[in-house]
Design a protein around this ligand. Structure first.
Ligand code: CP3
Length: 352
């Protein structure tokens, strides 16, 4: 049993006493205690691959703030790493793969055999975090969407436009489809492994899918997202599922029918309008522009109020940012945001 079940209730669109809040990248470089652990560990990947350190980092934001959920400290790119691409993080440059996928042969040679063993450090981190949380708040496990992972695996690292990956989808559509198929299976298994280890909620991050033309998003993103939800539901009908995507404004009606309990929105979508469009088919998570945290407390309070008004205390809203907390944010501003959500949402839920 989980003492604070606001997140679980909101995802099921049940009434709550106040709107639950957690933040993407709530554990990260904006926290001095994170930077201290990273300096000791040497690198981001060393932290993520050591279950005790990953557990410690996951809990850091909860020691500071009354958040309504913890999220596993890891990365979406652990799956391609386990598939043999050789992940490392170059200082100041983001992720890099030693062996990116550049041709059909490289894709045919991939295998998901033994994936769970190679990612057993993640399962161990989930077990440790879950034990440390002792039922106080739910734990969110996560993975990257197949299309977003394919972007990084073909490109070889971060990119503004993932042009190499997009070109590959046009040049080698069959190999691209084969890659998505493999990643769909791998992602489903990876999420189920986290669930078995104790994750209370599972979330999929599709950061880059909508960079593709709509025809390719429809052909490659939607079927893989649907298959993952179906595969998880088959093994575990109860676990709440969240799908976060950037740039999904044009796709909300279709995404609401893929089998997820909630859609995570970036800040380019109007929350009230999104709510009207999805109706009561899914809950919505989001979607404060992270830049508001760089403004001032008055702006944080005003924007929080505006977002809460979109639901006016009705069930089905999880407060979050439209993307992750960025490294330059003052932790006190994050604390102020969390206070605002509690203070401003409680009366709305009481009246609703
Ligand atoms: O949200 C959380 O607190 C949980 C942990 C988490 C991380 N990455 C830790 C991380 C989660 C859920 C992710 C997801 C992730 N990783 C996504 C999808 C969401 C998104 O941000 O769009 C993507 C695209 C990645 C890939 C990735 N990881 C990039 C591009 C980078 C470099 C950019 C950056 O922010 O440094 C990372 C590194 C990373 N992953 C850090 C953290 C805390 C920073 C590492 C550091 O330098 O200390």
């Amino acid at each position: 049993m989980i003492a604070n079940d606001r997140l679980l209730r909101a995802l099921r669109r049940q009434p709550v006493d106040r709107t639950p809040i957690w933040l993407m990248r709530q554990a990260g470089r904006y926290l001095p205690e994170y930077r201290a652990v990273r300096a000791r560990a040497g690198s981001f990947l060393a932290m993520a691959k050591d279950p005790a350190t990953a557990c410690e980092i996951s809990l850091q934001p909860l020691r500071r703030f009354p958040l309504d959920a913890a999220i596993l400290f890891s990365d979406i790119l652990t799956v391609p790493d386990a598939l043999g691409l050789g992940l490392h993080f170059a200082e100041g440059e983001g992720p890099r793969f030693a062996r990116p996928l550049r041709d059909r042969e490289a894709i045919s040679a991939l295998t998901a055999d033994g994936l769970e063993e190679r990612l057993s450090y993640v399962a161990e981190a989930v077990r440790l975090i879950r034990r440390e949380l002792a039922g106080r708040v739910p734990l969110i496990g996560f993975a990257g969407s197949p299309l977003t992972l394919a972007c990084y695996m073909i490109e070889g690292g971060s990119s503004a436009d993932f042009a190499l990956a997009r070109a590959f989808a046009f040049a080698e559509p069959e190999a691209f489809a084969e890659l998505l198929q493999l990643l769909t299976e791998a992602t489903t298994r990876y999420l189920l492994m986290q669930r078995r280890a104790g994750a209370d909620v599972l979330m999929l991050f599709d950061t880059w899918g909508t960079l593709f033309p709509p025809r390719l998003y429809r052909a490659f993103a939607l079927p893989s997202l649907r298959a993952i939800a179906a595969g998880i539901r088959q093994a575990d009908p109860e676990v709440p599922l969240i799908l976060f995507g950037r740039g999904t404004g044009p796709w909300l009606e279709e995404l609401a029918g893929l089998g997820y309990d909630a859609l995570g929105l970036d800040w380019t979508v109007d929350l009230a309008e999104a709510r009207r469009r999805v109706g009561d088919r899914v809950a919505l998570q989001g979607n404060l522009d992270p830049a508001v945290l760089l403004a001032d407390p008055a702006a944080i309070e005003a924007e929080t109020e505006r977002l809460l008004t979109a639901y006016a205390g009705a069930p089905g809203h999880v407060f979050n940012l439209g993307h992750g907390v960025s490294p330059g944010i003052d932790p006190d501003r994050v604390g102020f945001l969390i206070d605002c959500v509690a203070r401003l949402s409680a009366p709305l839920h009481e009246a609703a």
